[in-house]
Structures are given as structure tokens and as C-alpha cells.
Design a protein around this ligand. Structure first.
Ligand SMILES: [Mg+2]
Length: 226
């Protein structure tokens, strides 16, 4: 099948979210007089990913996650710091964290001459927009579609439908999603009926009970599929 449109996930696929998150948490903690260390980062990540999984299931909104993750974290460490204040500072530092995954710029530049490229991300609007705008990917990406703006998150078909409409591309057979998440990107792509390419740099096992069409461990391998 000749693909025409490639939908990329942003975080963990094109953007190094771990690095942006670590820096933002460290800066926000400093701002609020909290001691930052690796254990705190791990605690925060555990709380945050549990909340994002609830978002994928439609149980929470990203607006609720913004403050709730810090409310839980501060409760766990027994701190009286302000959750809304910490959340706000964290987000503004996060919005400055535009770091790319190795090979992201090269593969987008390479593919942009033959394919339409777009980004489909579950995330907070101002954070994702600002990180994208500060990146060198801007000239290669037709559209940045953010779940918070659409009102639906991956893996829901509505966000895929919204993307296809926004890009004026009707043909699912010529569309592929590339992403690192089995629960949002791959499940979403399969449910919507487009091709799937799992970016799996750490060699994780697929225990989801469905098959993906392609699997890559580095972004340059996309050039071999396309
Ligand atoms: Mg991701």
C-alpha cells in the first residue's frame, strides 16, 4: 500500500518528553521550595501516567489532570505547598521544553517531500503548541492536532476523524499512524482502520492482544517502510 498521510504522535515519538518533564519538575520544585530528586520524579511520573490512562478511558479531562497530579504528589510527600501554583509553574517550564528524539528532524525532512505529515497528540494545548513552534519540525508538519482542542483523546476515533477532516484526507487505506504508545496510538489506529507503526525503541513486548502493521526501534527505519 502506498501511504500518503503520516500521523505522528508527539511525545516519546518525535519529542523527548522525559527530558522536558524532568527539567520542568526540577525548576517548579525549586520555585516552590521543594526538594527535587530522582525519587520525586518517579513518584510524579507514576501519578501522572495513571491519570493519563484515565484520560484515555474518558474518565478525566486534561484540565483536571493539570492540578490533580500535583495535589496527589504533594499529599504523598506530605507537603503543604500550593498544588495550583506548582501546576502553573510546571506547565510554563514544560512549555519551554522543546527537545527532539534522535533522528526526528531528519526523518520529517526526508518524508515531507513525498508525504503529508501531521502530529496527533494527547496533551495540553499551550504546552504542545509552544513546544512544537519552538522546534525545527514546523516546516515539515501540515497540522498539529491536540486532544485538548478537539475534545477527544487517542485512542478515540473522534480525534482521528477530526484529523482527517482538518487535513481534508478521506482515505484511511493511505494513512498510517506512527507512535510509541500501544494504548493510545496503536489501539487508536487499529480502531479507526488505518495502518499502524509502533515506535518501540526499548524493545518492549506487545501484550495487548492485537498486532501492529509495522514495528521500528529507531525513527530512521521509517524510511524503509515508506
Ligand atoms: Mg507518545
Amino acid at each position: 500500500m502506498k501511504y500518503e498521510l503520516i500521523l505522528f504522535d508527539a511525545d516519546g515519538t518525535l519529542f523527548d518528553y522525559d527530558r522536558a518533564e524532568r527539567r520542568a519538575l526540577e525548576e517548579a520544585c525549586r520555585q516552590h521550595g521543594l526538594e527535587y530528586n530522582e525519587q520525586l520524579l518517579e513518584q510524579y511520573r507514576r501519578i501522572n501516567s495513571a491519570l493519563w490512562r484515565q484520560l484515555e478511558e474518558g474518565l478525566l479531562t486534561s484540565a483536571e489532570i493539570r492540578v490533580e497530579r500535583f495535589r496527589s504528589l504533594l499529599r504523598e510527600i506530605g507537603s503543604g505547598a500550593s498544588a495550583p501554583g506548582l501546576a502553573e509553574d510546571y506547565l510554563s517550564y514544560l512549555a519551554e521544553g522543546s527537545y527532539l528524539i534522535d533522528g526526528a528532524e531528519e526523518i520529517c525532512r526526508h518524508l515531507a517531500s513525498n508525504y503529508r505529515l501531521a502530529i496527533l497528540t494527547n496533551g495540553i494545548q499551550e504546552v504542545q503548541t509552544s513546544r512544537f513552534q519552538a522546534s525545527p519540525l514546523v516546516p515539515y508538519i501540515d497540522k498539529l492536532i491536540i486532544s485538548e482542542e478537539v475534545g477527544f483523546s487517542k485512542p478515540r476515533p473522534e480525534i482521528f476523524e477530526y484529523a482527517m477532516d482538518a487535513l481534508d484526507h478521506r482515505c484511511r487505506q493511505t494513512t498510517m499512524i506512527v507512535g510509541d504508545s500501544l494504548t493510545s496510538d496503536m489501539r487508536g489506529g487499529i480502531n479507526y482502520g488505518i495502518a499502524t507503526c509502533w515506535y518501540n525503541p526499548n524493545g518492549r513486548e506487545n501484550d495487548m492482544g492485537f498486532e501492529v502493521d509495522h514495528e521500528i526501534c529507531s525513527l530512521d527505519q521509517l524510511a524503509r517502510i515508506l
